[in-house]
Design a protein around this ligand. Structure first.
Ligand SMILES: Nc1ncnc2c1ncn2[C@@H]1O[C@H](COP(=O)(O)OP(=O)(O)O)[C@@H](O)[C@H]1O
Ligand SMILES: O=C(O)[C@H]1O[C@H](OP(=O)(O)O)[C@H](O)[C@@H](O)[C@@H]1O
Ligand SMILES: [Mg+2]
Length: 369
């Protein structure tokens, strides 16, 4: 008998078409970072920024460094030090490599046959680096999509399993991260996610519900060139949660409940409630993580918005903020001026529609279909 999912497809030739996939940035609207702790979130995938990965069939397997994000040539030693201090040691190459490893390991475990063709992988991204917009998982997610198509196994890896595999690539690298980014990037659109322990333990994924994107009021994205490492931001709180710290455990539950309440608020278009929940979300994060871990510039972004009466919170672990102006256009003008004065960029959020195609939808297990 052929192994499960054995494919009759032969290796693509070197002249086979190039495969290219995009994965978009995401905003955690409510409930983050409880996704890292069996919680719930509402997140959306946004068209404003994206990563692109390109797979070209080749004779050897090559991972191509990005000319600026994987810099190894500098104008001087000061340039090198400055670069490392601002952006750290790593670029995207390690993400591409880890994705290949996780993909191959999973296929082997599941008996999914992979042809023996090779490829060259390269990437580009305009997602502001390390600003809590899921720049890291966008690179992984786009790579994963290229691999699904190169090996023609999109129908064999259920869509609800993919976010976990994408997360495993970052776990492989020791980056503390959660599922909300990857779910938003795999599914597209606006999603309510419930990562309850029962579902996570039993099925290896949460319950993901796509919501109508027209339920959202106009949202604004505020960000600054201020890279922060989400792994570093998360590690102390994660350790306290693992140690059963009562304050962290109960605050995280409260954060998760904001997403549950937020779902009802969105369905009822109760935007005053949405504003309250967004503000509460950031206040709880600030109490748990502390100002030093969050960074003064990041806190200032939230406060600039609040000073004009807008609701605001981090999109991810820091670097960017999502804001909502309950008083409408005049408040948006005030917000825009305040951001400009403070030196922050501000953009109206453009939501990505659902990204699932028919094969993806058919790949879902019966529990979710
Ligand atoms: N724009 C980027 N270009 C290249 N590599 C990136 C980029 N953003 C993130 N990475 C890689 O992903 C790792 C984790 O980034 P992370 O702090 O999670 O950022 P983000 O908030 O954008 O997801 C980084 O250490 C780096 O290796
Ligand atoms: O802290 C958060 O809200 C999120 O942090 C990470 O996302 P990032 O874009 O890297 O800041 C993490 O991967 C998410 O799961 C958290 O919700
Ligand atoms: Mg990340």
């Amino acid at each position: 008998m052929k192994p499960n999912g054995s494919s009759s497809s032969s290796s693509p030739s070197l002249t086979s078409p190039i495969i290219e996939h995009k994965a978009f940035a995401r905003i955690g609207l409510l409930g983050n970072p409880s996704d890292v702790y069996y919680g719930r979130t509402i997140s959306l995938n946004i068209q404003n920024f994206w990563a692109t990965v390109r797979l070209q069939p080749s004779s050897d397997l090559q991972i191509l460094p990005h000319p600026t994000h994987d810099l190894v040539q500098f104008t001087s030693i000061s340039h090198l030090v400055n670069r490392l201090e601002n952006e750290g040691y790593y670029g995207g190459v390690r993400l591409l490599m880890a994705t290949c490893k996780v993909f191959k390991t999973y296929c082997k475990e599941q008996g999914i046959h992979l042809h023996d063709g090779n490829f060259s992988l390269s990437y580009d991204t305009n997602i502001p680096r390390q600003t809590g917009l899921s720049g890291s998982s966008a690179i992984v997610c786009a790579t994963f999509s290229c691999l699904l198509d190169f090996y023609k196994v999109r129908d064999k890896i259920a869509v609800e399993i993919r976010p976990q595999l994408i997360l495993n690539a970052e776990k492989e690298l020791g980056i503390v991260a959660g599922l909300q980014d990857r779910v938003a990037q795999v599914y597209g659109g606006l999603l309510y996610m419930d990562f309850n322990k029962e579902s996570m333990d039993k099925y290896g994924h949460g319950d993901y519900t796509q919501l109508d994107t027209s339920l959202l009021p106009p949202l604004y994205l505020i960000y600054a060139e201020n890279p922060s490492d989400s792994g570093k931001v998360h590690s102390a709180v994660r350790q306290r949660w693992l140690d059963g710290d009562e304050f962290i455990v109960s605050s995280m539950e409260e954060v998760a409940n904001l997403a549950l309440e937020g779902k009802t608020a969105l369905l009822e278009k109760d935007y005053a409630k949405l504003a309250t929940l967004m503000n509460r979300n950031f206040d709880l994060r600030r109490r748990m993580f502390g100002d030093a871990a969050l960074g003064s510039l990041n806190i200032e972004m939230v406060e600039v918005a609040r000073r004009v009466g807008a609701a605001s919170k981090f999109t991810g672990s820091g670097g960017a903020v999502v804001a909502f102006c309950p008083d409408g256009p005049s408040q948006v003008e005030l917000l825009t001026d305040a951001c400009k004065k403070a030196g922050f960029s501000i953009l109206p959020v453009k939501v990505v529609p659902s990204l699932l195609n028919e094969i993806d939808i058919r790949s879902q297990s019966s529990k979710n279909a």
